[in-house]
Design a protein around this ligand. Structure first.
Ligand code: KG4
Ligand code: ZN
Length: 409
């Protein structure tokens, strides 16, 4: 079965083709370069950029997979959650193509896709070519006069979730690359992205029980906001991770939220960083936060980045450990979403492996290959593949709607 996947929920336009569980192509065009100058995503600009990129990206996915429409058995598209205008471009494209080519259409939840990135082949396994950007030289988002053929140009390094994919592949991923196994059930998924922080219990494929969620900011959002305070470029996650490499994670101590159960809260951590920076700089509480960066030295920025990152990682892993204790039956822990690219988290998560050894439990930890941590369409195809295996029926291409917010189910 060959599935064409389409993803456009935020600021990545992506298409991929999966043949059963073998990935034939995976094309991602990131809008990060556009939004770097704005310091964040502007929804209208994102939607317009998706519109310009989506057909060339799909074309390239077909070219790389060396297949035609006759070979495609199904189309899968992200329809929720995400930015309204961004979701619209992907779903309207998928609906049109499904009607035009008479293919069944599957509507996939974005967090489901992130979780299923853990079923994608790790780097160097069965992927014929590594994930590449579409080679689509993105036109100015306001310049609608440019045609799509003008827009195609030389290939640039792939980016996803703000990472330069070539530089983020490190030891933990290497470990995953050597493993051929996929996660086993029941499992706990820690979904950590720009919009979500959730612990999800899966007793089998396509079964999702949210057992913990953030009460305010998402973890990725917190990375992005702290990066702004420190004057680091958008997206904040990779910037913080990079700055933290030169910093002392013990330099500043930030409190952990006192939230019972498995829920999270990150707005207090963001404020704690802000207050500590203000104190360190000797300014009043109403001092404009965007000016603080001028008062910080490189060393201070690195120390704040490292200390914040350590606290965030500790909070995530503490909750995960609590969830594991409450669900001793789990056989796998999977990390998913843009923040799962974080190397400090990947290194710290190896302590779960130590727990496994000391308690002699049958538990394996999975991280997606960093090229699949951020938004991409390969994960959409894999989620759709397992939906289809689980007996999910296709959706009506004439009526499929989008939803900016909705829980995984
Ligand atoms: O999953 P994703 O690409 O998009 C959403 O579905 O939201 O996640 C994006 C988030 C951003 O907040 C970004 O700063 C964060 O993932 N992120 C990271 C790293 N790479 C991306 N956070 C921490 N460390 C990273 N290396
Ligand atoms: Zn995402």
């Amino acid at each position: 079965m060959k599935i064409l996947g389409i993803e456009s929920s935020c600021d990545e336009t992506a298409a991929a083709i999966l043949d059963d569980t073998t990935l034939l192509s995976n094309v991602v065009v990131s809008q990060i370069d556009i939004f770097k100058s704005y310091g964040g995503v502007i929804p209208e600009v994102a939607a317009r950029s998706h519109l310009e990129a989506i057909l060339p990206v799909i074309d390239q996915a077909f070219d790389e997979a060396n297949v035609t429409w006759d070979d495609i058995d199904a189309i899968a598209v992200t329809h929720t959650p995400g930015l309204l205008g961004s979701l619209l471009i992907g779903t309207l494209t998928a609906r049109t193509l499904a009607i035009l080519h008479n293919k069944p259409l599957y509507a996939v939840h974005h967090l489901k896709s992130h979780i299923y990135s853990n079923w994608l082949p790790a780097s160097g396994e069965t992927v014929p070519s590594p994930a590449v950007s579409a080679g689509y030289d993105r036109p100015d988002p306001w310049d609608t006069a440019r045609t799509k053929s003008e827009g195609r140009a030389s290939a640039a390094p792939a980016t996803a979730g703000g990472c330069d994919l070539r530089s983020t592949e490190r030891t933990v991923d290497q470990k995953r690359a050597n493993e051929t196994a996929t996660p086993t059930f029941p499992l706990l998924a820690l979904v950590i992205s720009g919009g979500h922080t959730q612990i999800i219990y899966m007793k089998e494929h396509n079964s999702f029980e949210i057992i913990g969620t953030t009460l305010d900011d998402a973890i990725g959002e917190c990375f992005d906001k702290v990066a702004k305070i420190l004057g680091l470029p958008y997206p904040g996650g990779p910037s913080i991770a990079k700055a933290a490499e030169a910093g002392d994670p013990e330099k500043y101590r930030f409190p952990h939220p006192k939230i019972n159960d498995l829920d999270f809260s990150f707005s207090g951590l963001k404020t704690a960083v802000l207050r500590t920076v203000q104190k360190e700089c000797g300014v009043e509480l109403d001092y404009p936060s965007h000016d603080l960066k001028k008062l910080l030295s490189e060393k201070q920025i690195a120390d704040f980045a490292a200390s914040f990152q350590k606290t965030a990682v500790d909070i995530l892993l503490e909750k995960l450990e609590l969830a594991r204790k409450e669900h001793p039956d789990v056989k796998s822990i999977v990390f998913a979403g843009g923040v799962s690219a974080n190397n400090a988290l990947r290194e710290a998560a190896s302590t779960i492996q130590d727990i496994k050894d000391s308690e002699q439990t049958d538990l394996t930890v999975y991280f997606p290959s960093p090229k699949y941590s951020g938004d991409n369409a390969a994960m959409v195809t894999m989620a759709a593949y397992y939906e289809i295996q689980s007996g999910v029926k296709p959706t009506d291409p004439y009526t499929l709607d989008i939803s900016p917010r909705s829980a995984i189910s």
